[in-house]
Design a protein around this ligand. Structure first.
Ligand SMILES: *Cc1c(COP(=O)(O)O)cnc(C)c1O
Length: 359
């Protein structure tokens, strides 16, 4: 019997990609597959995204894993190239690269290449993480145009810091700054992450870069209850492995962090931080057993969690399925209970969890 299972719904994935296209009908789609496709399984997810125009990853090994899996679409390296030996890998595998600073541009200019590489020039418009300063843009643009190592169809990109907050005027400022720099340049523009695809149509540009929304999760602040017609792709499940009675005033689990105030029954559930469930999930974080919500009690341990199922036990027996998050229980809600964001919970799924792909 398999205990911890991440069930991945590929029909929901296809639906979410269609939803991206409905939100940004004029834009091509670069599907963001970094961090094992946000914990959903890199190659499997990529194989099911036939309608995407390109893939994006953070690390060259992720790109190589896609090629090894037989994927042939263009792949963009979102952080660019860090080692001069990597240029040959890019050419051999038809990878495209971001250029985000002078080190990377100089390395490209000085590389000995037989064929030019497709480049995306990244401008910092306010995120202040990667990207050239607006004042450097014209110079970098000309250097790329003049380099025999860069393909002519240079693309121009930026990244938003606060698109998840529809009240924040920062996104409008970033769009305005980007547009003022690239005005008159014929190149394709690429700005929007999931939140901007949903909330900032002025930032859609020629290419969009959805990550989280492909997996059916809301990227917005105050996301709970706002699904934006997305369908959650992952259902994280496990089983009840024991049921026990506790008396009043018994303290449960490591550190005795929760003590019963009356006699009750606990379901012991095979899921813990060793599977990627957040150890800091607060008392009462919901799970679903037999269609009903119950709250976790006591510390989350490596392999187990205890759930208060009430004094009558709600008809729950050993072997019953437990849903930790999924279509019935938004991961956005569990993230809030653990004082984190759904991105982190999804990426944190560990290799001990078995994946089952369903259509
Ligand atoms: C991760 C990432 C994205 C995707 O962000 P989501 O919020 O998951 O849509 C887009 N662009 C860049 C540069 C990224 O690093």
């Amino acid at each position: 019997m398999r205990l911890a299972i991440a069930e991945i719904n590929l029909t929901a994935l296809a639906h979410n990609l269609a939803q991206v296209k409905q939100c940004a009908p004029q834009s091509k789609v670069m599907a963001v597959l970094k961090a094992n496709a946000y914990g959903h399984g890199l190659v499997k997810i990529a194989q099911y995204l036939n309608d995407a125009d390109a893939f994006a990853v953070a690390r060259i090994d992720e790109a190589l894993a896609l090629r090894a899996g037989g994927l042939t679409k263009p792949i963009v390296l979102l952080e660019g190239v860090f080692d001069k030996d990597d240029w040959a890998i890019l050419l051999a595998n038809n990878f495209q690269t971001i250029i985000h600073d002078d080190n990377q541009l100089s390395a490209l200019e000085n590389a000995q290449l037989d064929t030019p590489i497709a480049c995306w020039l990244k401008i910092n418009t306010g995120m202040h993480r990667l990207g050239i300063a607006p004042s450097q843009f014209e110079d970098f643009y000309q250097r790329l145009q003049n380099s025999k190592n860069a393909r002519n169809d240079i693309k121009l990109m930026t990244h938003f810091s606060s698109a998840d907050d529809i009240q924040d005027t920062k996104t409008t400022e970033q769009i305005r700054l980007f547009n003022s720099l690239v005005v008159g340049k014929p190149q394709a523009h690429c700005l929007a992450n999931s939140a901007a695809i949903i909330a900032w149509p002025a930032g859609h540009g020629d290419w969009v870069r959805p990550g989280l929304m492909l997996y059916g999760v809301s990227p917005m602040l105050n996301a709970i209850g706002q699904q934006h017609q997305l369908r959650p792709v992952m259902r994280l499940m496990t089983k009840v492995i024991a049921i026990r009675d506790v008396d009043s005033n018994q303290c449960v689990g490591y550190g005795g962090r929760w003590c019963s105030d009356k006699a009750t029954k606990l379901a012991v559930v095979a899921m813990g931080y060793g599977d990627g469930y957040p150890r800091h999930a607060k008392q009462g974080t919901p799970v679903i057993i037999k269609g009903q919500r119950f709250g976790i009690v006591g510390s989350v341990s490596m392999d187990m969690i205890t759930v208060d199922i009430g004094s009558n036990g709600a008809g729950i027996v050993v072997g019953d399925s437990v849903i930790m998050w999924g279509p019935e229980l938004p991961v956005e809600e569990i993230a809030q209970c653990a004082a984190t964001i759904p991105y982190e919970l999804l990426c944190n799924i560990t290799p001990r969890v078995s994946y089952e792909y369903v259509e």
